[in-house]
Design a protein around this ligand. Structure first.
Ligand code: SAH
Ligand code: SF4
Ligand code: F3S
Length: 484
């Protein structure tokens, strides 16, 4: 699975990417070297590209080799406990490297910054530098402060920062697919979730800068952009949180309008987005998707649980019936749209019957793909304060196994149903398993592999699918018209 297929908060799923070092070509005048490792969701990977850009301006070239770095930064995730543990063990390794190279500066960025600043800086003395997600412009100053012999920290969250005008340095890019952050933070307060605490209030980025970035990417050869936000359906420009227009002389732009604008950049630029929120997803977004061929027919719509009482305790803002109504709207407006989801097992108080409701919802919907997790209690969240984390670990694991097994069946059936059809596929690169094959994706986000022929990465080809594994379609390039 490639980086671009991951949703927000899915840091457990792609071990090969965990802590993957990122690199860009070094600038001749740059004398210092930055080693940057990213954990967590697409948002964090996208932020790392902003950090690389800010540090590029400050004279740092990136390197893949931590041994030659002057500055090591870990962009961290706090979504589940094991995400944090992984970072801590990595930091311990760098602490020993620091003993040998005293000039080395080690810092933590991202979602662990706010909560763990004291423990990381003072108690465990694992790092010199802690910077929260809204303070990245301050990194060059903070590094100077550390070089001057002090510890440095800035974890202030902002109501305005969107890094709108910063051109991200595309790290580890395939040159074909890229992320564009359209908003930051989250105002939802789902009771299990740490993100509102780590990333602060929701704010949307200026649509002009988003469209400009999409144009620039197209000019640079990119053919797919994924618009990123924790809840893209609540994107709003020129509206305050109460829905009042801020500047009457400026247009109001909501997510549906933003998508229209990005879709209009170039018919050959594909658009994906993540994450949609069931409580906010409106039919006008679905109609815009249906209208534009270059908006991919794929929606990631996290359900979390199939039981309305559990959803209430999770403070998700919808019921099972509401979710099913949104599903019905998708099927009505785009009958072939692929759907994926996030599901959590063992949330506080979850009974066997409530778990069964999740299984029955999965049987009804038959998701193409799902990210599945065991509930992990997070400090400061509403769930931690209000509910007991009372589902035993074995029960959580058993339920997780059950939903994973069901998803395996559903996913395989979904892939099988695509077999035999011809798809327009954007070529992303050489298949990991076979040098003589390319891989790409169809509009439904299914991975398709096929012999290279004369195709090139960054172009579209029609592929007739002949065979499949549970999650991959196998085919060959054809001149026939595509079914989708
Ligand atoms: N903003 C997105 C989700 C971001 S977090 C949304 O609302 O859908 C990605 C996923 O991680 C969530 O959908 C949830 O399934 C999972 N997750 C979040 N907090 C968690 C926790 N405390 N324990 C286990 N999984 C969690
Ligand atoms: Fe977390 Fe809920 Fe916001 Fe998603 S919508 S980031 S789950 S608080
Ligand atoms: Fe993403 Fe993890 Fe933060 S999922 S928003 S990096 S807590």
């Amino acid at each position: 699975m490639s980086k671009s297929s991951r949703g927000l908060g899915h840091e457990l799923l792609d071990e090969s990417l965990q802590g993957s070092p990122t690199v860009v070509s070094s600038h001749p005048t740059h004398t210092k070297k930055l080693y940057l490792e990213s954990y967590g969701c697409q948002m964090n990977y996208s932020d790392s590209e902003i950090v690389a850009s800010i540090l590029d301006e400050a004279g740092f070239a990136t390197t893949r080799n931590s041994d030659e770095a002057d500055l090591i930064l870990l962009n961290t995730c706090a979504i589940r406990e094991n995400a944090e543990q992984r970072v801590r063990s990595r930091l311990r390794q760098f602490k020993s490297a620091k003993a040998e190279r005293p000039h080395l500066v080690v810092g933590v960025l991202g979602c662990m910054a706010e909560r763990l600043k004291e423990s990381l800086l003072e108690q465990e003395k694992l790092v010199d530098l802690v910077v929260g997600p809204d303070a990245y412009r301050d990194i060059p100053n903070l590094v100077k402060q550390v070089e001057g012999g002090q510890k440095a920290v800035n974890v202030l969250l902002s109501r305005e920062e969107t890094y709108a005008e910063i051109s991200p340095v595309r790290l580890d890019s395939n040159g074909v697919t890229a992320f564009i952050s359209i908003m930051r933070g989250c105002d939802n307060m789902c009771s299990f979730c740490v993100v509102p605490f780590t990333r602060g209030r929701e704010r949307s980025r200026d649509p002009k800068s988003i469209v400009r970035e999409a144009h620039e990417l197209f000019e640079a050869g990119y053919r797919e952009v994924t618009l990123l936000g924790q809840n893209v359906d609540s994107y709003k420009w020129n509206l305050d949180n109460k829905g009042q227009v801020k500047d009457p002389n400026q247009p109001v732009v909501r997510f549906a309008e933003l998508m229209e604008k990005v879709a209009a950049v170039q018919p050959d630029l594909r658009i994906r987005f993540s994450t949609s929120h069931p409580k906010d997803m409106t039919d006008d977004v679905l109609h815009v998707m249906a209208k534009h061929e270059n908006i991919c027919k794929y929606i990631h719509l996290p359900v979390q649980s199939g039981n309305s009482d559990v959803l209430k305790r999770m403070n998700r803002g919808y019921t099972r019936e509401w979710y099913m109504d949104r599903m019905a709207a998708i099927r009505r407006i785009m009958p072939k749209c692929a759907i994926s989801t996030d599901i959590m097992t063992g949330f506080c108080g979850e009974t066997d019957a409530e778990h069964e409701d999740t299984l029955s919802l999965m049987r009804e919907i038959r998701y193409e793909m799902a990210y599945m997790f065991k509930y992990s209690e997070r400090p400061k969240t509403l769930a931690e304060r209000k509910y007991e984390n009372d589902v035993p670990e074995e029960t959580k694991s058993k339920r997780l196994q059950e939903i994973m097994e069901l998803q395996r069946e559903n996913g395989t059936a979904r892939t099988l149903a695509m077999k035999g059809k011809t798809y327009r596929v954007l070529v992303e690169g050489t298949s990991k398993k076979r040098d003589d094959q390319f891989f790409g994706r169809n509009t439904h986000n299914a991975v398709v592999v096929f012999p290279k022929g004369d195709a090139k990465p960054g172009t579209y080809v029609n592929v007739q699918t002949l065979d499949c594994t549970p999650a991959t379609l196998i085919g060959e390039i054809t001149l026939e018209e595509a079914d989708a």
